[in-house]
Design a protein. Structure first.
Length: 347
């Protein structure tokens, strides 16, 4: 490698350090306990209120509305668990882990430790072949290489994966629960395995007991299907705009950290309501550059980071929620109907 190449790489490497100093200098990495205390209080308060309504309503098909409401609250708890996993709430790792275990394992039935391990790998190598677990999601194909390996029913699914994407998200809740159980009973590394096992078992027992004790068996089954289906749809619809349809990098790609995070991420434009509905994930570029930045600070960091990217010639992608979904679906359609798809089906 020439001296010129070394100089270019060194200059690029310092870009993130300069941006980090700017962000830290204006206090955007400082913790914000007040807003988090408010969110926890509101979500838990709403969950308690819905629980009272659930019991008072009893055996009624109106409980499907309750199931949908609980799905929204479960997703909000998942967003809080996400923030705890990135140590956005407290500086103490243990304090964040307690919040994550309560929100994840106890209240929504997802292994906090398993999810954090998986999510950290995604953050280290977003949209990178062979390294980002979020672009290895059967039965979907996100690259021509993945599509080319499909045969039979797999090939048929991939050909129509754009149309089937959102219906498939109805199974995301089940997918998360199954992988959580596998993680806590398996041999993978979990920092708090005994607590994870106990809290996950407590959630499962409490959830099923409450549903089947209050509702008739048919109503209970419908409640679970609606609740878990909408929970998965909500979460999947919140995460899909972030990277799907953005550039996918080769495993050997040598982009520096700043460009790797910005060029593979997409922001979703909106106001305070969208911020709340998406748990701050609509500021995906800012979040990926500074994962430990508290959620309330992301919108304040956006103008600074967008300007910095513009000054350094780094494409900063931002669009509406509907267009972000459309771009993600367009990518899935392109992969599903491309030349490699035809070759795969022919085999």
């Amino acid at each position: 490698m020439s001296d010129t190449d070394l100089g270019a790489r060194s200059e690029r490497g310092s870009d993130y350090a300069d941006l980090s100093r700017l962000v830290r200098g204006v206090g955007l990495l400082d913790r914000r306990p007040g807003p988090y205390a408010m969110w926890v209080t509101v979500v838990l308060g709403c969950l308690g209120l819905v629980g009272v309504v659930f019991v008072r309503l009893g055996q009624s098909w109106w409980q499907t509305v309750t199931a949908a409401t609980v799905a929204v609250l479960f997703a909000q708890l998942a967003f809080l668990g996400h923030d705890a996993g990135h140590r956005q709430i407290f500086r103490s790792r243990l304090a964040n882990d307690v919040v994550g275990l309560v929100c994840g394992n106890l209240l929504i039935g997802i292994s906090y430790g398993w999810w954090v391990n998986k999510h950290n790998r995604h953050h280290a190598h977003p949209n990178t072949e062979g390294q980002d677990p979020d672009i290895v999601v059967a039965p979907l194909s996100f690259t021509p290489g993945q599509a080319a390996t499909q045969r039979g029913l797999g090939a048929l699914f991939v050909r129509h994966q754009a149309a089937l994407f959102f219906p498939l998200l109805l199974l995301e809740g089940l997918h998360l629960h199954v992988n959580s159980v596998r993680a806590v009973v398996g041999r993978g590394r979990l920092r708090h395995r005994p607590a994870e096992v106990g809290l996950l078992a407590l959630h499962l027992a409490g959830y099923l007991t409450a549903v089947f004790l209050v509702l008739s068996v048919p109503q209970a089954i419908v409640f679970i299907l609606v609740n878990q289906g909408l929970f998965g749809l909500y979460l999947g619809s919140s995460f899909a705009p972030n990277h799907k349809g953005m550039p996918i990098l080769a495993e050997a790609d040598s982009l520096d950290y700043l460009r790797r995070q910005v060029l593979t991420s997409r922001n979703v434009r909106g106001g305070p309501l969208l911020d709340a509905l998406l748990g701050g994930l609509n500021y995906q570029i800012e979040h990926h550059l500074f994962p430990s930045m508290p959620r309330p600070n992301l919108r304040h960091a956006q103008p600074l980071i967008r300007k910095y990217c513009g000054e350094h010639g780094i494409a900063y992608h931002e669009t509406t929620l509907i267009r972000s979904w459309a771009q993600a679906l367009a990518h899935l359609r392109m992969i599903g109907t491309g030349p490699n798809r035809t070759d795969g089906e022919a085999g």
